[in-house]
Design a protein around this ligand. Sequence first.
Ligand SMILES: [Zn+2]
Length: 710
Amino acid sequence: MNLQPSTFNLQRPRRGESAFHWMFGVECWILNVFLICLWCFFSASAEPGVVDTTASPFAKVQTVGLGEVRWTRGFWADRFELCRTQMVPSMARLMQGTNYSQFYYNFEILAGRAEGKPHGASFNDGDFYKFLEGAAATLAVTNDEALKKSLDEIIGVIAQVQQTNGYLDTWVQLHQRETNSNVAPFRDRSHWEVYNLGQLLTAASVHYRVTGKTNFLAVARKAADCLDEVFKKPTPELALQNVCPSHYMGIVEIYRATGEPRYLALAKRFLALRDLVKDGGSDNQDRIPFEKQDEAEGHAVRANYLYAGAADLFLETGDTNLWRPLAEIWTNVVSQKMYLTGGCGALYDGASPDGASYQSGITRVHQSYGRNYQLPNTTAHNETCANIGNALWNWRMFLATGEAKFMDVVELEFYNAVLSGGALDGTNYFYSNPLRVTDPLPVALRWSRTRVPFVSSFCCPPNLVRTIAESADYAYGKSADAVWVNLYGGSALATELAGEKIKLTQETEYPWNGRVRIKLLACGKKEFALKLRIPGWTTGARVRLNHQPELAGGTPALPASYFEIRRAWQPGDLVDLDLPMPARWMEANPLVEEDLNQVAVQRGPVVYCLESPDLPPGVKIADALIPADMKLVARFDQRLLAGIVVLDGQALTRSEENWKGKLYREFHPGALKPVNVKFIPYSVWQNRGPAEMSVWLPLAGREEDGRFLK
Ligand SMILES: [Zn+2]
C-alpha cells in the first residue's frame, strides 16, 4: 500500500457516501442537527485530547478527549470540512508522489517497496508525521474505517523501516545506504533527527488516543527508547541536536500516553542538555541557559516549540525554574514582539543581540524574532509554523493556569496568523504571513507572496492541517467541578465530570457576531460550574441563564476572564452569552516605527485588512488614507470568500505621483478624494489572485476642505 486516495478514501466524498459527510454537509442541515443530537446521546468515546493533562499534577485545566467534542455548524465546522475533504486528500497525493519532493516515498524505498534514490529535505519525515497526525485526528469525528486501514498500512511500512534499536530517519538511513559516507545518526544537527522523531512521538500519541490502536505507539516507544539511550550521557555534541525542538512536546506526550517515568526523565534531560552548548546563539535559543532567558530571541518556530515544550514539562513537574522564564518571555512577546495578527518572527534575517556593545558575540539569526518593537510589515516573516507554535505554547500556559489571557492569544492566532497560512481552496499555502504587500515590493523576498501548493520547506502546510483537524479540542476544558468554554463556535460536547455524564451544545455565528447559546442536554445531580471565556477585546459582555440576567453573585463579566455560573444544572438549561463586537480602530505603541500614525481594524477576534480588489481600479494600497472619523458598517456577505463579514466605509485617496528614481521630494498638500472601500478578514486575503494588501493604513490627519494639512 500506498496513499492512493482510492485506498486512503480521502478524496472528496460522493454525496451520501458516509454518515459523516451528511453530518457536516451543507446539503442537509436539519439531518445534520438530528445526527448531532444522536451523537450527543450515544457518544461513549472518552479518549484524551491532543495534549493530555488528565493526570498532570500541575495542570489547572484538563483537556477533553478528541472524540468528546466536535464542530457542528458555522465557521469552524466549515474549516474542518475543508480540511477533511480538500486539505488532507490533496496533501496525501502530494506526499505519496514524487513531483515536488519525497515524503512517504523515502519510506517505501527503504522498505524495498519502491525503486529510487533519497530525495527531499532532511526534515521531510517530520512533516509527513504531522500530516499523519492530522489525518488521524479526523478519525475522531469520522471513524472512517478505510482511512484507519490505510493508516495501518503506512504505519506498517514505518515500522518495517525502523531499526531494531528504535532509530528511524529515512534521510539518514537512505544516505548511509547510498553513499556509505560520513552520514550517521545524531552526528549533524542539520539532519533534523530529533525534530523528525518529536513529530513522530506526537503523531503516534494522537493516533493511539483516537483509534485505541497501539501499532503507531509501539513505533514511538521504540523511538523514545532509542532517544533515551542515545541521550543517556549528555555531551556538548549531543546538546547541539536540540534544534527546532518538537521532541520536548513529543516525549512528554508519550510519557502521558504510557506512564513510563523514563520518558519524563528524558524530557528533563533534554531541557537541561541545552546548558552544555558551547558558543551558542540566539537563533537556536542557546546563547544563554533557558532558565536565565527573559526575552524571545532567534528563530521563531524553534523558540515557540521550546517554550511549548518547557510549558509541557512544567505541567508535569511544577518546576518554577521553568515557569519564571516562560512567564517573562510571554510578557515580552505579547507586549513587544507579536504582530496585531498574532504573527511571530518579524525578520527574514538579522543579527542578535542586534546592536550589542560587544560585537564579537553577535550571531546571525533567521526567520526570527526581532528587537523589541521591531515589527516591519512588508518584510515580516511570520512563518505559519511559528504562529501555530505560539498557539501550542499559549494552550499549555492556559492549561497550567486557567488564565483567559492565554486563550485570548490562542484565539487570536487561530482566526488570523494561523488560518492565513492556507487558501480557501484547501490546496495552496503561505510559508510567511506579511501584513503588507505592495506591487512592486521594495525588496525581493525569498518566499512567495501568493499561496502555492508546495514550498521547499514544507513544514507549514501539514502543521496547518493537523491544527485545523484538532481545533475542536481547544474549545472546551475541564477541572474537578467545572466545564470551561474556551472557544466559541457551533459545537457539541459529551464528556464526564466527577463520574457524571455531561452533554451540551453550543450554537453561534461567531466570529461574525458575539451571540452564543449553550444548551445543557444532559447532566448529573452534582453542582458544577460552567466557565465562559470573556475575551479581552470585549466590554459589556452579558450573560443570561434561562433568559434571566445572570450575575453569579454580583461578579461582572470582566474582559480577559472566565465568567463562572455554578449551580445544580438541569437538562434543558440555557445560557446566553452576548459579546459585543463593534469594529475597533487599533493603533500601535509609538515605539513601533513601522506603524506610526497608522491604524488597523479589528472586530471581535478577527483582524481586518484592505486588499486591492476592494479598491477602485487604478488606486494603489499606498494611496489609501483613513480619516480619523471614518465609520465602518459590518455586513455579512455570503458569496464573498466563503462567507465573511466585511466592513464597508469611506476612505480617502490621494493620487499617486511617479516616485521612480526618487527617494525624497518636497511635500505638497494634495487633493483627497473620498472612495468606498471594503475591509476583509486578514486570514482570507490573496484568495482572489495576486494583490496588494495592508493591515495598517495611514491616518489622513486633520481634514479641512478636502486638503491634507501638515
Ligand atoms: Zn513552517
